[in-house]
Design a protein around this ligand. Structure first.
Ligand SMILES: [Zn+2]
Length: 427
C-alpha cells in the first residue's frame, strides 16, 4: 500500500472501532476486527482470547447475560464468527508476535476497551458530522483506545517493513478502564521473554505534535465492592430483632474518609456508589458500597486497602452484620526507565509532525499497563509509558472527547522508530 493508502486504511479502522466501543471483557467486535487486520498483515504468531491472557486473573468479569448480549451485538455487527467462537465467555484481547532476526524482544502494550457512557449527539462533534458516532447505546470510546488499537496495528505494519532486528510482541489489552485486564496479560506466559516494554496513551491534555517521552505518577489503585448482610425485622413492631445493614454501610462510608493520611505520600479514598434496603418499614438486611483506594506507591495503596478493610469489618461488627469484600480491579504504580525515555525522546525529536518533546510528565491517574511494566522490570528489563499528544475537543471520559487523526501516524512513527532503535542499541 502507498503511504496515503495506509493512512486512509488506519483512519477507517479507527473509525470502525469508534463505532463499536465495548467495555471490559466485552471487546468481541474489537478483538475480531484486530485479528482481521493481523491476518491481513501476516504475523508470525497470533494468540487470541483465552490464549492471550492468564484466564484465572481476569477481574470485574460481567455476568453471562451481559456477556451474551454484547457477544450477539458483535455478531450482528458482522464480526468474524470464527474469531468470535474463540472469545466466548468474555475472553477478549490478542497478542501478536513478529520475528525478524536475532535481537531482543520488545513489547508494546495498547489497550482496546471503551467506556460505559453515552457519546455526544452535537452536530459539530466530528464522529456525528463524519458518520462514525458510537452505534452502541451507553458506550463510547471516550479515552482514545480506538486510536491505541489502531496505533498497535500501524506499528506492526511499519516494523514489518523496517530493518528492525528482534522480536516484537504487541499486547492488545482488554479492560483497562476498569483496571480489570492488565493483570491477566502481565501474568500470561507472553510477558516472560520481554526485554523492553513500551506502553502509550493518546491525548492527556497534550496537543497534537507534542510527545511525552516518559509518563510517571501512576497512582496505584484498588476497587472494592463490600456487601453487608444483616437481619430483617418489622421496623415498627420488632426493631430490636433486626440488624441493620444500611447502618453498617453508612458507618463504613463515614469512616473510610477518616483513614489517616500517610507520611510517605499521597493517598486517596472514595465511596462512589451505595445501595441497600427494600422498604421504609423493614430493617434492611442488605446494603453495599463500591469504592476505591489509591496511593502514590503500591505500598501506600496497600496501606489504604488494609485500613479500608478494617473499617468495613469494624462497621459490620458494630451493627451485628456480616461483610463480604471483593476486589474488582487493581493496578500497581510504576516508573518509566530513563534508558528508554532517552531513546523515545531522541526518536520523537526527529519524527515528522512532532513539534515539542516533553521529557517527563505525571499522569496523575491510574493505569494497569503498570502490571506489564512491573513484570518486565522485575525480570531485569526496562519499561516506559509514552504520551502521544492529540487535540481533543472534550476532556477524557466526556461525551465530546475525540482524537485528532493526524496524531495516529505520529504515534506509529514514534513507537516504531523507538522499537527499532531499542533493539539496535539495547539500553
Ligand atoms: Zn485511557
Amino acid at each position: 500500500m502507498s503511504q496515503q493508502a495506509t493512512r486512509d486504511h488506519l483512519v477507517d479502522l479507527r473509525r470502525d472501532l469508534h463505532k463499536h466501543p465495548e467495555p471490559a471483557w466485552r471487546e468481541f467486535y474489537t478483538t475480531a476486527r484486530i485479528v482481521e487486520e493481523l491476518e491481513r498483515i501476516g504475523v508470525d504468531e497470533l494468540y487470541v482470547g483465552p490464549d492471550a491472557i492468564n484466564t484465572d486473573e481476569r477481574m470485574a468479569v460481567p455476568d453471562d447475560e451481559e456477556l451474551d448480549s454484547w457477544f450477539q451485538q458483535a455478531k450482528d455487527a458482522g464480526a468474524n464468527p470464527e474469531t468470535l467462537d474463540q472469545l466466548e465467555g468474555g475472553y477478549t484481547g490478542a497478542v501478536a508476535v513478529i520475528e525478524q532476526g536475532a535481537g531482543p524482544t520488545v513489547g508494546l502494550r495498547v489497550d482496546i476497551d471503551g467506556l460505559l457512557r453515552d457519546e455526544s449527539t452535537d452536530e459539530d462533534h466530528a464522529p456525528v458530522e463524519e458518520g462514525f458516532r458510537s452505534e452502541h447505546d451507553g458506550a463510547m470510546h471516550a479515552c482514545g483506545h480506538d486510536a491505541h488499537a489502531t496505533i498497535g496495528i500501524g506499528t506492526i505494519e511499519k516494523i514489518k517493513e523496517s530493518d528492525f532486528e528482534g522480536t516484537l510482541k504487541v499486547f492488545f489489552q482488554p479492560g483497562e478502564e476498569m483496571i480489570a485486564g492488565g493483570k491477566s496479560m502481565a501474568e500470561s506466559d507472553h510477558i516472560e521473554d520481554v526485554d523492553y516494554l513500551l506502553a502509550a496513551h493518546i491525548g492527556l491534555d497534550h496537543p497534537t505534535g507534542e510527545v511525552v517521552a516518559g509518563l510517571d505518577g501512576f497512582l496505584a489503585v484498588s476497587h472494592f465492592l463490600a456487601e453487608f448482610e444483616g437481619v430483617p425485622a418489622h421496623a415498627g413492631g420488632r426493631p430490636n430483632e433486626g440488624e441493620n445493614a444500611i447502618q453498617a454501610m453508612a458507618a463504613a462510608v463515614q469512616n473510610l474518609y477518616s483513614i489517616p493520611r500517610h507520611e510517605d505520600g499521597a493517598t486517596r479514598v472514595n465511596a462512589g456508589k451505595v445501595g441497600g434496603g427494600t422498604a421504609t418499614n423493614i430493617i434492611p438486611e442488605q446494603a453495599h458500597v463500591e469504592g476505591e483506594v489509591r496511593g502514590e506507591t503500591t505500598e501506600l495503596k496497600d496501606y489504604m486497602k488494609e485500613r479500608a478493610d478494617r473499617v468495613l469489618q469494624g462497621a459490620a461488627d458494630m451493627h451485628g452484620c456480616e461483610v463480604t469484600t471483593t476486589t474488582n480491579g487493581e493496578a500497581p504504580s510504576a516508573e518509566s526507565d530513563q534508558g528508554l525515555v532517552d531513546i523515545v525522546g531522541t526518536i520523537a525529536g526527529d519524527t515528522d509532525g512532532v513539534e515539542n518533546v516533553v521529557e517527563r510528565d505525571e499522569l496523575g491517574g491510574s493505569e494497569d499497563a503498570t502490571y506489564l511494566m512491573q513484570a518486565v522490570q522485575k525480570q531485569g528489563g526496562l519499561a516506559a509509558y509514552i504520551g502521544v499528544g492529540t487535540d481533543h475537543p472534550g476532556g477524557h471520559h466526556t461525551a465530546t472527547f475525540d482524537v485528532d487523526e493526524a496524531s495516529l501516524p505520529i504515534g506509529i512513527d514514534v513507537l516504531a522508530g523507538s522499537i527499532e532503535h531499542i533493539a539496535e542499541s539495547r539500553p
